[in-house]
Write a protein that binds this ligand. Structure first.
Ligand SMILES: [Fe+2]
Length: 272
């Protein structure tokens, strides 16, 4: 594996490293340990994305309380990170929003405290068992002027008869970006979702991996290495694709800048 000084400055937009607020890192010590590990693997910017489980939050007040809890825990982490004498990524706060239906997502579209690192981009998951294509969720985000980033589409179980790649193409055509987990390229999720590794590589072949994120859950770190994912992509001649998905596009998303048109990104048989 390459050392950090041989790696580009990765930007991670999906992880669970705000301590004690979801099923990720449980303590500040766990968070800092994970952040150190990711810095050593080349991650220089990291937006933490605790779960925001909208179907479990009955009222707007409940959503507000949950976001406040995220913010308080994040602020404590930032204080300790600032005092660290080892290198750590620059930190931002976002959410991984569970929104199976447009009505769920609409509850947060107007909130200025929801988004990836203060940007207009939203990291959204639909739930692992898809019910149809959830195109209404994508449409609601786009109609509100938000950039929707769909979390780990390679890990979903698609409706019977649906072609996962066709569904993904439809999402991208509507304006969504697709975020693949770093661990999927090495088969980390094959027990829960046997197709995830094959789908991740099929998405690479079609130029559909817009963003690679770690989905790091603290001590459960095995198999979510960004450096390994980068190395695996480079080994298959996909260095330019990896650079775009792990540095250029996530950085552009955080700046609310447009990313290149998906269709224009890839040339047949090439990697430009
Ligand atoms: Fe996640």
């Amino acid at each position: 594996m390459r050392s950090a000084d041989q790696l580009p400055p990765f930007v991670d937009l999906h992880n669970h490293l705000v301590p004690g607020v979801d099923d990720g890192a449980a303590t500040i010590a766990e968070s800092l340990d994970a952040l150190r590990g990711l810095y050593d693997e080349g991650v220089r910017t990291l937006v933490a994305t605790p779960h925001l489980l909208l179907p479990h939050l009955a009222t707007d007040a409940a959503i507000g309380r949950e976001l406040d809890a995220h913010r308080r825990a994040f602020d404590l982490l930032v204080v300790d990170a600032a005092a660290s004498d080892v290198g750590l990524p620059a930190l931002g706060l976002g959410q991984e929003i569970w929104a199976p239906a447009a009505a769920d997502l609409r509850r947060v579209l107007g909130r200025s405290d929801v988004g990836l690192g203060g940007s207009r981009a939203l990291l959204v998951e639909f739930g692992f068992e898809l019910r149809g294509t959830h195109a209404d969720v994508v449409q609601a985000a786009v109609a509100s002027g938000r950039q929707i980033v769909i979390a780990h589409p390679e890990r979903y179980h698609y409706s019977l008869g649906a072609s996962p790649l066709d569904v993904m193409r439809g999402w991208r055509k509507m304006g969504a970006l697709l975020q693949v987990n770093a661990g999927s390229f090495g088969g980390h999720y094959r027990l829960q979702c046997p197709a995830s590794e094959r789908l991740a590589w099929a998405m690479v072949a079609e130029g559909m991996v817009d963003i690679v994120g770690t989905d790091h859950h603290g001590p459960r770190r095995l198999g979510v290495s960004p450096a390994e994912a980068y190395g695996a992509l480079c080994a298959r001649g996909e260095q330019a694709h990896a650079q775009r998905a792990m540095v250029v596009r996530p950085a552009a998303v955080l700046r609310d800048q447009p990313v290149e048109e998906p269709e224009a990104v890839r040339t047949p048989g090439g990697d430009a």
